[in-house]
Ligand binder design. Structure first.
Ligand code: NAD
Ligand SMILES: O=C(O)C(=O)C[C@@H](O)[C@H](O)[C@H](O)COP(=O)(O)O
Ligand code: ZN
Length: 383
């Protein structure tokens, strides 16, 4: 995995290479990458200097003109499909619309689709690209913090089902990721903090030093410091890339990236994939629950969940079930939703638990009673 600074016609950026053999690609991180998108994407194109971009209305309003100009500077034309923003767009209807639109645009096997937006667009457009003509290449241009640190890297693409989160999808690696940290400047505070949920997750699952860095630099990041944001994106991507390279299709270790997600996905399904709970918010709440469960099982110290919760709260993120507005189902119903989790093996739930901050592992040996009691207490705390 190389990690280099470059300064040429492509601008100044840092690279995390994801060495996956014939599916290897760069994640380029820096300012002004949208303005220079054409120069970065041009080497991927054949004779046809055109890309089809899938995006959504919030991002289109703020950044699509810049992308059009950035592509035009390298002589690349762009057609764009603008979908509604929000988690509910990760559904069959929008997938069908996207695939039919790509076919109308006569996208060929050798063309490149561009996913321009947050994790919703990355997951949806990546899945559309994976099934179009049995697979065309796609470039991720992630515009949210969450998408830059997590969803644009690693090739998990897909949509939600009423039965559960991300249950329909495919592994399809991008050909290139351009993470333009200047785009983060237009995020709402809520969306920025949602992305922080995944950032803190990396520290908790595998790097205590990064967790400590976040304890010290969280406020700087939130205040918009570009160097701090760039470092957080780069360190997160490095960690994700390392895990993905070890286990691309989640046969083992990759499940570590799911820390907090068994709880999170059940809560997202329970709140109807709505604005009541954003994915990164669910991840933060899920991580706090996973550490609490680990402590109750005697796997980690009692101090670890307190430190995790203190950091989540210090950054201003949602931390508890009581931070979710409106009704929630009871503990039994939440556990029933977990039964559709993709980590279920031989009918048994698997959880990511922790020995300490920065030392997590995957296990199937968690008694359901422990999970039910934990959830009952967390739900009672809402009363
Ligand atoms: N594939 C993976 O590995 C992976 C990893 C983590 C999360 N995910 C998925 O990602 C999704 C969440 O991603 P998300 O948090 O980016 O959600 P999102 O795509 O809905 O974006 C969050 C909000 O930010 C807005 N936005 C995006 N970029 C913006 C910008 N630059 N300026 C202003 N507003 C902007 C969007 O319009 C939206 O309202 C979930 O569906 C989750 O399951 C996937
Ligand atoms: O890339 C992964 O692997 C992850 O688990 C990253 C998660 O943050 C992400 O939310 C992912 O979409 C969850 O995957 P799923 O397979 O549990 O749906
Ligand atoms: Zn996630």
């Amino acid at each position: 995995m190389s990690n280099t600074d470059q300064n040429n016609a492509l601008g100044l950026f840092q690279t995390v290479h994801v060495p996956l053999g014939d599916r290897a690609y760069d994640v380029r991180i820096g300012e002004g990458l949208i303005d220079r998108a054409g120069a970065h994407i041009a080497p991927l194109l054949g004779k046809k200097k055109r890309v089809c971009v899938i995006t959504e209305n919030n991002v289109a309003k703020l950044h699509l003109d810049a992308l059009r100009t950035g592509l035009a500077q390298a002589g690349i034309d762009m057609e764009a499909l603008i979908l509604p923003a929000g988690e509910s767009t990760k559904c069959w209807a929008e997938l069908t619309k996207s695939v039919e639109w790509l076919l109308e645009q006569k996208v060929e096997r050798n063309d490149v689709v561009v996913a321009f937006g947050g994790g919703v667009i990355g997951d949806l457009a990546g899945f559309a690209a994976s099934i179009l003509r049995r697979g065309v290449r796609f470039v991720q241009i992630p515009t949210s913090l969450l998408a830059q640190v997590d969803s644009s890297v690693g090739g998990k693409t897909g949509i939600n089902s009423p039965a559960g989160k991300n249950l329909i999808g495919a592994f399809h690696q991008p050909a290139l990721v351009l993470a333009d940290v200047s785009a983060l400047g237009t995020l709402t505070t809520r969306d920025f903090l949602s992305g922080c949920g995944e950032v803190v997750k990396y520290g908790m699952l595998g790097d205590e030093t990064f967790f400590e860095w976040l304890e010290q630099n969280g406020p700087l990041m939130a205040a918009g410091d570009v160097a701090a944001r760039t470092y957080a994106v780069k360190r997160s991507v490095e960690m994700k890339a390392e895990i993905v390279v070890r286990d691309e299709t989640e046969q083992g270790d990759r499940a570590l990236l799911n820390l907090g997600h068994t709880f999170c996905h059940a809560l997202e399904a329970a709140t109807g994939y709505s604005n009541r709970l954003l994915h990164g918010e669910g991840v933060a709440i899920g991580c706090a629950l996973a550490f609490e469960l680990s402590a109750r099982l005697g796997l980690c110290s009692q101090e670890a969940p307190s430190r995790v919760r203190a950091q989540i709260k210090a950054m201003g993120m949602k931390c508890d079930l009581k931070d979710i507005e409106g009704d929630l189902p009871d503990a039994e119903a939440l556990v029933a939703l977990m039964a559709q989790d993709k980590k279920v093996l031989d009918g048994q739930l698997r959880f990511i638990l922790a020995r300490s901050i920065g030392d997590s592992f995957v296990t199937s040996g968690v008694a359901q009673d422990m999970v039910l009691t934990l959830l009952r207490e967390a739900l009672e705390d809402r009363m």
